[in-house]
Structure formats: C-alpha cells, structure tokens
Ligand binder design. Structure first.
Ligand code: F3S
Length: 395
C-alpha cells in the first residue's frame, strides 16, 4: 500500500504505540484486500461494546488502550451496550454485569468516543452525507448508511473500526469503491408489504439467498426510513448484506447496472411462509420492539397502541438515549410506563443478558432480532406486527 508521509510517521510511532498498532492493522487489512491507499473517514462507529459480547478479555484490551493514551481522531460513536447505562437498576440488570459494563464505557470515554450506545447513530447525532467515507461496524447501520444514505463503509469489525477511528483513515477497498457497489440479484417483490415486520421478513428471506452479495429491489411500496432500516438489518443478519438498492427509494439505485442479474421472486406466499418460519413460539414472556433502535415515530406508535392498556408481560422499547429523552418530554414514556412497559436506552434484547434475567421466549417485530435471539440469547421467538406483540403481552 502507498502511505502518505504522515501515515508513515504514525506507523513509525510518532503518535504513540496504540496509533502505530492501529495503522499496522489497517495496512495489513489493506494489503489483504488489495487497497492501494488509505482514505480519510468522516466518522467511525464501534461495535463490541456489551460486556456480554466481549467479556473480560475485551474489557482488558479497551482499558489497556485507554491507559496507553489512545484517542480517536474523528467523531466516533458506540454501538449498544449490555444495559441501560442510567436505569439499569430499575430494569433489574445484574449488578455484577453493570460494574463490568461501566468499566468498558469508561475506557471508551477516555478515548474520546461518544457514549451514544446506539445502532441507529444516523438518528441520534451522527448522520453521514452522501458518498462520505466512514468506518462503521454495526451491521444494520452499515446497511442503512451504504444503502439509504449512500455513504460508503465496509462491514468493519470492532477492532478495525476502532483502528480507523484512532487513525482517521481506512483502506480504500470493498464498498468504498464504485466498482464494488453494483447489484448481483434482482428481487421482484409482489407481496404486499405494509408493516415494518413485513420488511423484516422480506429482508430475512433475501439475506438467506443473496448472502454477502448486493440485491436490487423492485416492487417495494413507498417505504420510510423505519421500514428500510428493518429491511437492511434483517438482510445483514440472515445473510451478510452491507448494501442494497431499491428502485425509487435509495439514492444509488438509478445508476446501478441492472443487466444480467439473478432474479428472485418474493410473493405473498413467501411472506406468509417467512412469518411462520420466524415465529415458532406464540406466548412470549418478554416483548421487545426497537431493533434496530426505535425512531420517535415508532415510539409514538407504541404509545398510541398502549394508551389505556394494562400489560401482563414486560414490554421494552429499545432506543437511543436521545430518543428516550425526547419520548419522556413528549409524554410517550409516561403512557408506555403506565401500561407497564419500559423505554430502554443504550442496549437491546440481543446484547443484554436477557437469558440471565430469566426470559425464555421473546416477541419481536425485527428480522434481525429473530435471527439472533435463538443462538445468542437461547430464546424461543414469536415474530409479529407491533399490534400482535402488544396483544400477546396483554394476555
Ligand atoms: Fe441494534 Fe441490537 Fe438490533 S444492536 S440492530 S437493536 S440486535
């Protein structure tokens, strides 16, 4: 790889040991993937935050970095942690877990990383621009930023995103380059999609087929950001999709080369069968909405549906701290809490230790959560629309 004089100096240790180590990692990655140079990034987003995911070795690694004086060079945001950083006690997160989680947060804080703890940074303070190069690692946020915003990032791992944050650059390969952003599959959607969970089901179905390739959708209805984030998150989880195009909806769809694509249909029958596959359970002991983290519109909808209801099972709406605070001001939090639900910030059902908290069956409207809950959290899953989940939590 060709490095600039400044990058050479970082590699030689001029900015300290951690920066040198980080530049070494980025250079190795660049060599492996055939990058010719580094490119500056506008922001980074670091996954591997929950104590449940990274454990003691991850905590020690981060504390070591912080002790050595590591500092990020670009605005860097954090993925969800393992608990609500402020209300963990009230939500009954285990104390021992909380202590470890707070050590991890402190290490990130010392490095200058913004403790946003959200998988929707684009809704909570970090919106990249079209064609901006970034280094993000949360898979649903990668799919959203590449596809819906038209920014450019690879699916970074936690360590490579952190290295990019410290150096302010990333190797120029993969989704950063025009030639790697062309579609491989044409997904023809004839099923009627109305709810976010319909988009999650479509994403789950498509991710299984296309794996890490790029789908091009036709036949989608006028979808909003909530539906598109659900679609990308599910494809990123059941497959490894980092970028998709949707005719009339995503910015790069109009330039995409549409010849010789492999064709896949998504029919009303496929939609019904996907719901059935994703939903082996019927009777959740926990319902969680907000994967990816809920927008204000989604929180408002839950509040509307819960007005005057009394839930018999716990219901969480997972979101960012910014949205939780705004929901409190708007009175949505009060309505949800009066019904027996909670707005939970900074975490989600997958990275929180829900299995340790005694839950066995979780109700979700997210294709990503439905993919991960059985393996990561030993959960049975009920999959459905928000309305169905609220009904299940009311029984
Ligand atoms: Fe976000 Fe957790 Fe889903 S990190 S995308 S809410 S699995």
């Amino acid at each position: 790889m060709h490095l600039t004089k400044e990058e050479e100096r970082v590699l030689a240790g001029e900015r300290g040991e951690v920066a040198a180590r980080s530049m070494r990692l980025l250079t190795k990655l660049g060599d492996i993937y055939g990058a010719e140079k580094m490119i500056p990034i506008g922001s980074a987003q670091v996954a591997g935050v929950s104590y449940k995911s990274i454990g003691d070795p991850g905590r020690d690694f981060l504390e070591d970095y912080a002790k050595l004086g590591a500092k990020v060079k670009v605005p860097t945001f954090l993925n969800p942690a393992g608990m609500d950083i402020e209300d963990w006690e009230e939500l009954k997160f285990p104390k021992k877990f909380a202590e470890q989680q707070m050590r991890i947060m402190e290490a990130f804080r010392k490095m200058g990383i913004i403790m946003s703890a959200s998988c929707t940074p684009y809704l909570a303070g970090n919106l990249p621009r079209y064609r901006e190069h970034i280094a993000w690692s949360e898979s649903s946020a990668v799919a959203f930023s590449n596809s819906v915003i038209g920014a450019r990032t690879n699916r970074e791992g936690g360590p490579s995103a952190l290295a990019a944050a410290i150096c302010g650059v990333t190797p120029d390969y993969g989704y950063h380059r025009d030639e790697n952003r062309e579609p491989h599959f044409h997904i023809k959607v004839s099923a009627k999609l109305e709810f976010s969970s319909d988009f999650g089901a479509l994403g789950w179905f498509v991710g299984k087929i296309v794996k890490d390739k790029i789908p091009y959708f036709t036949g989608l209805p006028e979808a909003g950001t909530d539906e598109l984030k659900a679609l990308g998150a599910a494809m990123a989880a059941s497959g490894a999709v980092a970028l998709y195009h949707a005719e009339g909806l995503t910015p790069d769809a109009r330039w995409a080369k549409k010849d010789n694509l492999q064709s896949v249909d998504f029919t009303p029958r496929d939609l019904a069968e996907t719901y059935a596959k994703l939903s082996p359970a019927k009777d959740p002991d926990l319902v969680v909405i907000g994967c990816p983290h809920a927008s204000m519109k989604e929180i408002a909808r839950v509040a509307e549906l819960l007005e005057g209801k009394h839930l018999k099972k716990p219901l969480w709406v997972c979101t960012s701290r910014v949205m939780k605070e705004a929901a409190r001001r708007m009175g949505y939090a009060a309505v949800i809490e009066k019904a027996g639900g909670k707005i939970v910030a900074d975490t989600c059902m997958v990275v929180a230790p829900i299995e340790e908290m005694g839950f066995k069956t979780t109700g979700v409207n997210s294709g990503k959560a439905a993919s991960y809950l059985p393996g990561h959290c030993k959960q049975n899953v009920m999959y459905g629309r928000v309305e169905d989940l609220i009904e299940a939590a009311s029984k």
